[in-house]
Design a protein. Structure first.
Length: 936
């Protein structure tokens, strides 16, 4: 092809320092552009010919043609799929590496060349698996030099290097199945390349005493993860260098993430072999303590045996040393280091290897800590949850994901998290998880007894951790073990009359002994405290409890509610709600009894107990609406309490009622069909039944309940056509709270509903709310104004104006004027000068024109004052005419009665007087402002 062949003739143009004739430059550019457009239509062979000719134009120096040449090469490389392009690729890699290494070249062309390098190496990797070894080091050196650049250059270079590492370095080529290095020619080449790459990175880290940039650290992290278990062999010097930075740097966040990648790659055992934590006995100096928080965050898939054999003795040595020193500062530091090492337990329990072999030894080690109420209780509780949840999730086929610590973000791109997850897979098959659970179940009774006993001795702030651990263990332990522990505690604390069946579980000797000690009854205070703790224990074991335990828990709840005071009611409500949620059979079999129990209790005064009570009601109400008939009294009893709570003066308590109503509505809506007889429609119809109640309080509460549901479901008025007419019918009521509730409902509706749906209800809403625009008391007039403004904004002023009767036209005009005024004020605020420069120009202009404008300002101020006073007088007359009209047609006014109209007349006059005084004050302020400007 002539165009391709002619490119070689332009070689002399590229890189020449002499001024080239414009015609020759234009000719070459024309050929390059033409070639770029022709490439999609060329065969692979011709493309390679073009690439070969283009390579003759590439040098290590920049020229006016470089950008265009790189652009055409990029198009060629992205369109070929390997084959016979090996010689061209090798030449291209060498030329591009040389260009990238020359820092005098423009940065954008260096980035283009770096991108072409990455594509070229990818093509080499696809075509020939061994050839890329000869070029990877050259490419790595050239791109590695860009990591110290500024701006996007370093970022792009980092991304390209990470891709090259991920694609070209494969430890499977140098490892045997036993994890040993392979000794053959191919493995030797890969080994040499990996060592060279690590040497390049080591040189980058040694080039400065400052902490490396995040781009360099990102490349190091990827290399750690890619090399995995053998990273401790190849990256030993790099690890030492990173450790040196940790001891001297201040901002180490990215550095810690990089060392975290080393933890994930090589594991804590090998890393601590390189960077051991130690304590010097002579001067009590500590080394590498900084690594403990990193280990705590990044360990996964480690050995519990390593923790017990190496970490525990190290922690004990720090603890012993803290008792031997005299200075309190040293004591505190050493004790803190000991606690930090013990705090690694949850990390080592994150998917540990050989768990079934080490669990019994671990339990034996931990139980004394639980009994002593030590600092380890939280760590032990979290560790047990990790062990139970991760294994149970695999056995049940649930993807629970990482535990509490695994949920923390580790690095941008979730790179290390992905590596952690992939590392978990080989260790944790379903078979392995089943074996681990069996080993853990065999120790569950000892652990449960220790943890439940600790509930009665440790401070209350530690109960939450103990309860979580007890709950996890109870789900895997045998139910007879849990029942035995629970019933023995009830008997010991004198909280239940134990049946004969339970006596068999506890043992005849213990029961008879307790029966013979009636004189040792607990005092009421201790009894109440013990009952609260037992309810906490009941809450913890409720999920995995069998029917017998559930019955005993329910008996304890009833006993608590029957006490004269309210101690323990919060715990009782909470436990009952968990039973109702986790055991649906209990709700259906004891529904009437549960309702009688709850209804017979007085409303809690504290918010947390009220929320727990409402949670119980939510489960019961959902069950009742789904399964019982419409006339069931218990359903209306629950709705009564919710609706009345919506009228509570405390906003927090009202919100609790809102939440349960929304919760019930959401559950029923998800489980309902669109048919009118579905559970969701059934709930709406039940609430609408309260609209005809005799009490204004209950009617307004029902409207508030419907407002909540409408806000959550914008299509509710369309699904239930009778809803809006039924609510608007209450506008004829004389009860103030009902009118307030209805106006609030309408406001919520017009705000949330779609415009096309609002137009359907527009006429009905306008006709019902407008009569209350003449009533200023209780902010009725302002509420109607807001509703009209919303409707005009959504549907247009013309659509609303068309529906307004003549007697309300003046009011609508006033609303429109106010709306336009607000719009003008908003526009004026938007057009105010924002920069200091424009403000300065404005000041200079005002100074220049002050003498000319002073008379104009006075004129406009006076005109504005006269208009305002005239408008206020007109409003006052309009108010009087309205009042006289109201006296003539009392029956049509929403408020009737002579006394009410007289009071209304007085209020109108007072309001007009206030408007006049306000207008006078405003006029005075404007005159003062005018005089000040004139003086200035």
């Amino acid at each position: 092809m002539k165009t391709v062949g002619d490119l070689s003739a332009a070689k002399s143009l590229n890189g020449s320092k002499d001024t080239l004739p414009k015609m020759e430059q234009l000719e070459v550019l024309h050929m390059l552009n033409l070639l770029k457009h022709l490439l999609p239509y060329l065969s692979p062979k011709v493309k390679l010919e073009a690439l070969s000719e283009l390579l003759k134009l590439v040098t290590s120096r920049f020229s006016t043609l470089t950008r265009h040449i790189f652009d055409v090469i990029k198009t060629i490389l992205e369109s070929i799929e390997g084959g016979d392009s090996m010689p061209e690729m090798e030449r291209l890699v060498s030329l591009l590496a040389s260009y990238v290494s020359r820092r005098q070249n423009p940065s954008d062309t260096i980035l283009s060349a770096a991108y072409l390098l990455k594509i070229s190496m990818n093509n080499l990797h696809v075509e020939e698996s061994n050839t890329w070894n000869n070029h990877l080091l050259v490419v790595f050196r050239s791109l590695g030099g860009l990591l110290t650049s500024e701006g996007t250059t370093a970022s792009h270079a980092s991304d390209y290097l990470k891709e090259l590492i991920d694609l070209h370095i494969d430890v499977r080529n140098i490892l045997t199945t036993e994890g040993q290095l392979v000794e053959n020619e191919d493995a030797s080449k890969v080994d040499s390349v990996v060592k060279s790459v690590c040497a390049v990175i080591g040189n980058l880290l040694s080039a400065s005493d400052e902490v490396p940039s995040e781009h360099i650290l990102a490349v190091v992290s990827v290399l750690f993860l890619k090399l995995g278990d053998v990273s401790h062999l190849y990256m030993k010097d790099i690890t030492y260098r990173l450790a040196n930075f940790m001891t001297s740097a201040c901002d180490t966040e990215k550095l810690q993430e990089c060392i975290g990648a080393a933890v994930v790659a090589m594991g804590p055992e090998k890393l601590l072999d390189l960077l051991p934590i130690s304590l010097t006995a002579e001067d009590l100096t500590c080394s590498n303590i900084w690594i403990i928080p990193i280990l705590k965050k990044y360990i996964s898939g480690a050995s519990l045996g390593f923790f017990m054999e190496h970490v525990v003795p190290l922690a004990e040595s720090f603890a012993r040393a803290s008792h031997e020193v005299k200075k309190s500062v040293f004591q505190k530091d050493l004790q803190a280091h000991a606690h930090a090492l013990w705090g690694l337990l949850p990390a080592f329990c994150r998917n540990p290897v050989n768990m079934h072999k080490n669990i019994k030894s671990l339990v034996k080690l931990l139980i004394p800590f639980v009994k002593e109420d030590s600092f380890m209780i939280e760590n032990i509780a979290i560790s047990l949850q990790e062990l139970v949840n991760q294994n149970k999730g695999l056995v049940l086929g649930l993807d629970k994901g990482p535990g509490e610590f695994g949920k923390q973000p580790i690095m941008d791109g979730a790179m290390i998290t992905a590596a952690m997850n992939s590392k978990q897979q080989p260790s944790y098959s379903k078979k392995t998880a089943e074996r681990n659970l069996r080993a853990l179940t065999s120790c569950s009774e000892k652990l449960l007894r220790a943890l439940t006993d600790a509930l009665f001795t440790v401070p209350h702030d530690k109960h939450i951790h103990l309860k979580d651990a007890i709950g996890c263990l109870a789900t895997i332990a045998d139910s007879s073990v849990t029942e035995k522990i629970f019933m023995s505690l009830l008997e010991k604390l004198q909280l239940a009359d134990v049946s004969s069946d339970c006596r068999k579980l506890i043992g005849h000797g213990d029961v008879s002994a307790s029966a013979n000690k009636e004189e040792n009854l607990l005092n009421p205070t201790d009894r109440d405290a013990n009952r609260c703790i037992m309810l906490e224990l009941a809450y913890a074991i409720a999920e995995g409890a069998n029917k017998d335990i559930v019955e005993q828990i329910y008996n304890l709840i009833k006993q608590t509610f029957q006490e004269a005071d309210e101690i323990g009611h919060y715990e009782a409500y909470l436990t009952m709600n968990k039973i109702l949620e986790k055991h649906p059979w209990f709700c259906s079999s004891r529904f009437n009894e549960l309702m009688e129990l709850l209804v017979g209790l007085k409303l809690p005064v504290d918010l947390v107990s009220l929320k727990s009570r409402f949670s119980c009601f939510q489960t019961l109400l959902i069950y009742a609406i789904k399964t019982l008939d419409d006339e069931d009294k218990h359903t209306f009893i629950i709705l009564n309490e919710i609706i009345l709570t919506l009228k509570n003066s405390d906003e927090v308590i009202r919100k609790a009622a809102y939440d349960i109503l929304l919760g019930v509505g959401s559950v029923l809506k998800c489980s309902s069909s669109s048919t009118p007889d579905g559970p969701y429609h059934k709930l709406i119809n039940m609430i609408m039944g309260y609209l005809s109640g005799s009490s204004p309080h209950i009617r307004s509460g029902a409207v508030s309940a419907l407002s909540v549901l409408v806000h959550n479901d914008v299509n509710l008025c369309l699904l239930v056509p009778d809803l809006l007419p039924s609510v608007l019918e209450l506008m004829h009521s004389k009860a103030i709270e009902v009118i307030k509730a209805v106006l609030g409902f309408v406001k919520v509706l017009v705000l949330t509903i779609q415009v096309k749906d609002l137009q359907t209800f527009l006429a009905e809403i306008v006709n019902k709310v407008l009569p209350w625009s003449s009533v200023s008391r209780h902010h009725f007039r302002s509420k109607v104004t807001v509703i009209l403004e919303i409707m005009m904004r959504k549907c247009g002023s013309a659509a609303v104006k068309l529906l307004v009767p003549d007697k309300y036209k003046s009011y609508l005009t006033e609303v429109l004027e106010n709306r336009r005024g607000k719009s003008r004020e908003s526009n004026n605020a938007d057009t105010e000068p924002k920069s200091s420069e424009s403000s300065l120009r404005g000041q200079q202009k005002r100074k220049h024109n002050d003498s000319d404008n002073s008379s104009k300002i006075e004129y406009f101020v006076e005109r504005r004052r006269q208009k305002r006073e005239g408008k206020l007088k007109g409003n006052a007359k309009t108010d009087e005419r309205r009042l006289h009209a109201g006296k003539g047609s009392v029956g049509t006014a929403p408020l009737s009665g002579k006394r009410k109209i007289e009071r209304k007349d007085t209020n109108r006059r007072g309001e007009a007087q206030r408007h006049r005084s306000t207008g006078a004050k405003n006029s005075s302020k404007l005159r003062d402002l005018s005089s000040k400007r004139q003086k200035r």
